[in-house]
Design a binder for this molecule. Structure first.
Ligand SMILES: C[S@@+](CC[C@H](N)C(=O)[O-])C[C@H]1O[C@@H](n2cnc3c(N)ncnc32)[C@H](O)[C@@H]1O
Length: 254
């Protein structure tokens, strides 16, 4: 084949971005946003596309938050791995300020624009690019929020699937996730920041790794009573993760 016969297509040509405007209800809260209906894995994109749809973890977390609005009232929140942004958007109805973050924030931006054009007030809602473990990006966010946050939220945020040259890798980003979580938690020296993690179990090895990584970072993990449930045929639970008293040791109720 001659070089002239080769047609090079940009990776974006293969990416499914046929987002549908979709309505979701959590208790009395109804949210509408753009998302895919099922996961798309693009063999040509060397980046993470897992955030294009709403995951079971977000359903679990949003149901929990809509039943416990008082946890959110007047709070400042940072969400990690926001995906389409459904959790942050719900929080925005109750919180003082919400920062949605992801390392791939394309769909997030689109949904924030949609939100902006709706009747809802935009005050206190923004998105930032944040790759876990990236100190520079985190510093930039913390410069704007020197007092830190009341809550860190995360739903289904411990696996990353990337495709490089047709090979699918499941990359473990749990250590860098907890590096970021620990840094944000420790901004509040009084220890009054907590990480609420909606965890959906997919592999025993992952279950153990999440807990052990939190403990390695000197954090305390406790299961929120009554939250263990089945979501989309998988077992899910809400964990509350806080700063331990010492850096080196931690307790887990789970
Ligand atoms: C499984 S999706 C969950 C999305 C959303 N929280 C939900 O439950 O619908 C994981 C999200 O984490 C993001 N993510 C994965 N690894 C990341 C990393 N190292 N840094 C920042 N974001 C990451 C992905 O882009 C994706 O949006």
């Amino acid at each position: 084949m001659e070089e002239d016969d080769v047609v090079c297509l940009d990776a974006s040509f293969f990416v499914n971005d046929n987002y549908q405007l979709t309505k979701f209800s959590f208790g009395s809260q109804v949210l509408e946003l753009y998302c895919l209906q099922s996961a798309s894995i693009c063999m040509a994109a060397d980046y993470d596309l897992t955030g294009q749809l709403v995951w079971p973890g977000a359903v679990l977390l949003n149901n929990f938050l809509s039943e416990n609005e008082e946890l959110l009232r007047g709070c400042s929140v940072i969400e990690l791995g926001s995906g389409v942004g459904i959790t942050g958007m719900l929080c925005h109805r109750f919180c003082r300020e919400v920062v949605l973050t992801d390392h791939n924030d394309e769909i997030l931006e689109k949904n924030i624009e949609l939100h902006e054009s709706s009747q809802e007030s935009q005050a206190g809602l923004k998105s930032e690019k944040l790759e876990w473990g990236n100190s520079e990006q985190l510093e930039k966010i913390l410069q704007d929020h020197p007092e830190g946050f009341d809550l860190i939220l995360g739903a289904d945020i411990y696996i990353l699937i990337i495709v490089i040259s047709c090979i699918i890798f499941q990359q473990c980003s749990i250590p860098s996730l907890f590096d970021t979580v620990e840094k944000i938690l420790r901004v509040r020296q009084q220890g009054n920041c907590k990480f609420i993690l909606a965890y959906v179990s997919r592999a025993k090895v992952m279950d153990a790794l999440v807990i052990s990584e939190a403990i390695r970072h000197g954090l305390l993990v406790s299961e929120v009573t009554g939250t263990r449930t089945i979501v989309k045929n998988l077992e899910g639970v809400i964990f509350e993760i806080t700063c331990g008293r010492t850096q080196a040791t931690g307790n887990s109720d789970s």
